[in-house]
Design a protein around this ligand. Structure first.
Ligand code: NAI
Length: 246
């Protein structure tokens, strides 16, 4: 199997009830995979996506949801660690509790979901993990100190996990999106004094002159997760409209 056809494979997407995660789960299903979503609130998901309630900051709930999803799907070949939360400010603006909370979700959430999925991934002939990094892993942006630190750690963790599990046949990669038009960014725009001006500024920040779509990020994730990327591990793929490189 060397294509992006995912017929017969199984996939679990964390945070897959909204935005990028929902686009990934939908594309994985479209390509033929059986797909489960782990989310705080999976109630809005539609067939054929199957929802499992869990909080990636709670190890017990993650283990229960991963085991339940694997039982329903018949295993896990693909894990997409997408659940994440934001934080705005410099290091003077975020109190320690907020640092602990964001790292607990964005970094430890990846550790917990992957740890719980590893027994299933080890049994797969096409095992792959894709983590959500961000443009901030390689580019310094103002007012994103905590968020950047959490995602930079995800990039380093991706490389370490790729090295640890390559001989077990498990690939681990990362996608670094620029600013993506999702409900998350919608909430940020709504909170801005002038949402239209803020959207224009975010669009202008990216050399392609617009926001990235969730579907564009999903296409990159699904490529990395698919047998077409069988020789790709320990890498970060930017989907950022040229922001990091130009
Ligand atoms: P979103 O807010 O639209 O969706 C996030 C989903 O994750 C929601 O369904 C939410 O319920 C779930 N979630 C949040 N905390 C959770 C937890 N503790 N346990 C389980 N599920 C949880 O966000 P969006 O924009 O789709 O972002 C998804 C990922 O992509 C995040 O990791 C984010 O950091 C990353 N990203 C987003 C960018 C953007 O511009 N939207 C840019 C770069 C990276």
């Amino acid at each position: 199997m060397t294509t992006t056809d995912l017929e017969g494979l199984t996939a679990l997407v964390t945070g897959g009830a909204s935005g990028i995660g929902l686009a990934v789960a939908s594309l994985l299903a479209e390509r033929g995979a059986r797909v489960a979503v782990l989310d705080l609130d999976p109630a809005s998901l539609k067939e054929p996506l199957r929802g499992f309630t869990a909080d990636v900051s709670d190890d017990t709930s993650v283990r229960a949801a991963v085991d339940a999803a694997a039982a329903v799907l018949g295993g896990i070949d693909i894990l997409v660690n997408n659940a994440g939360i934001g934080a705005i400010g410099s290091i003077e603006d975020n109190p320690d509790e907020q640092w602990h909370r964001v790292l607990d979700v964005n970094l430890l959430g990846v550790v917990r979901a992957t740890r719980a999925a590893l027994p299933y991934l080890r049994r797969s002939a096409h095992a792959s993990v894709v983590n959500l990094g961000s443009i901030v892993t390689t580019t310094g942006l103002p007012q994103r100190a905590l968020y950047s630190a959490s995602k930079g750690a995800v990039l380093s963790l991706t490389l370490a996990m790729a090295a640890d599990h390559v001989r077990e046949g498990i690939r681990v990669n990362c996608v670094n999106p620029g600013t993506v038009d999702t409900p998350w960014v919608g909430r940020l725009l709504e909170a801005a004094p002038d949402p239209a001006a803020e959207r224009a500024a975010l669009s202008a920040r990216q050399p392609i002159g617009r926001l990235i779509t969730a579907e564009e990020v999903a296409a990159a994730i699904v490529y990395l997760a698919s047998p077409a990327a069988a020789s790709v591990t320990g890498t970060a793929l930017a989907v950022d409209g040229g922001m990091a490189g130009l």
